[in-house]
Design a protein. Structure first.
Length: 279
C-alpha cells in the first residue's frame, strides 16, 4: 500500500503551522528528550541548610555529613491520539487531490490537533497551581489585583520575571482592561516573538488572550514560568495513503503522542485564578 509521508515531505510546514497556530508553544519548556521512551525520570537535587563552622570541634568541624539525596520524579506521556480522513477520487479531479489533502490537513491541525494540545497544557498548569495551593478565587472588581497575587506567588518561588507568561480568557482580559487602560508592548519584543493571542505586556510579563474553550472549567487566568511547564510532542506524524482497499482515492491519517507536566523542582512557579475546582 504506497504512501506519502507528509512528516518528511512537509515537515517544515507542519512545524511552522503549529508554532503560529498555538497559544502556548512559544512559552513552554521543551528541554527534556522523550525520544523512544514513554516515561522519563527527572532528578531534582536537594540542598542542605549551612551550619556554623566549629573551630573548637576536635572531630568534624563542618557539622557532620549530609548525604546527597536526589528526588526522582517519573513523567509518563498519557495522550496517544490519531485521526483518519478519506478523500474520495470521485469528488475531486485527480490533479486536485494533493492540494485538497494539504487543505484538509491544515484544517485538521488548526481546528482539532493544536487546540487539543494547547488545552492539555493549560489544564496541567491549572492542576499544578491547585496542587501547591496557588489556585486563587477571583477578587470582585479587582482583576489586576488577582494578577498581582499570581505574580507574588511566582516571586516567592524565585521564578524570574523573564520567562513568565500570563494566559487569560477574553472575559478576564476585559476585566483587567477596565482597571488598566493599556498593556505595554515592551522593547524586548519584536515581530518574530509575537505569537498567536499576544496582546501586550503587563508588569514585564507577556499577556496572551486565549479562547475560553481552551481553558479548564472554572479557570480564568494562568501565570507560569516557562521552565516549570514541560511540553512533550513525541510523535507528530501525518501520512497520505493511496490505493486504499477501502476508499477509491486518498486516506489521510495522523498520530500525535503528547503530554505536558509541571516539573516537581519548579512546581511553585505556577499560579491560577478560578471560581471552582479544576477539570
Amino acid at each position: 500500500m504506497p504512501s506519502v509521508n507528509l512528516a518528511t515531505k512537509y515537515s517544515s510546514k507542519l512545524d511552522q503551522l503549529f508554532t503560529a497556530g498555538s497559544y502556548t508553544d512559544r512559552y513552554i519548556n521543551k528541554k527534556y528528550d522523550f525520544t523512544g521512551a514513554k516515561t522519563v525520570e527527572v532528578y531534582t537535587v536537594t540542598t542542605v541548610q549551612p551550619s556554623n563552622y566549629d573551630r573548637t570541634n576536635t572531630g568534624d568541624r563542618f557539622g557532620g555529613n549530609n548525604e546527597l539525596q536526589d528526588v526522582i520524579t517519573a513523567y509518563t506521556i498519557g495522550n496517544d491520539k490519531s485521526f483518519k480522513i478519506a478523500i474520495d477520487e470521485g469528488n475531486y479531479e485527480q490533479g486536485a487531490l494533493a492540494k485538497k489533502a494539504g487543505e484538509v490537513m491544515r484544517a485538521e491541525m488548526e481546528e482539532q490537533v493544536i487546540p487539543m494540545i494547547d488545552a492539555n497544557r493549560l489544564l496541567k498548569a491549572a492542576i499544578g497551581a491547585a496542587a501547591v495551593s496557588q489556585y486563587y478565587s477571583p477578587t470582585a472588581n479587582d482583576a489586576y489585583g488577582d494578577i498581582l497575587k499570581m505574580s507574588a506567588a511566582l516571586d516567592e518561588a524565585k521564578a524570574p520575571v523573564a520567562g513568565r507568561v500570563l494566559w487569560v480568557t477574553p472575559a478576564e482580559y476585559n476585566l483587567i482592561k477596565k482597571q488598566i487602560t493599556t498593556t505595554v508592548l515592551g522593547s524586548g519584543y519584536n515581530d518574530k516573538l509575537l505569537g498567536r493571542g499576544f496582546v501586550g505586556e503587563l508588569d514585564g510579563v507577556p499577556v496572551v488572550k486565549v479562547p475560553t474553550s481552551y481553558f479548564p472549567s472554572n479557570t480564568n487566568a494562568i501565570m507560569v514560568h516557562r521552565d516549570a511547564l514541560l511540553g512533550v510532542d513525541q510523535i507528530k506524524m501525518t501520512r497520505i495513503i493511496s490505493d486504499s482497499e477501502l476508499v477509491d482515492g486518498k486516506v489521510l491519517v495522523g498520530r500525535f503522542i503528547f503530554d505536558s507536566f509541571i516539573l516537581n523542582g519548579k512546581k511553585k512557579a505556577v499560579a491560577a485564578i478560578g471560581t471552582g475546582s479544576v477539570s
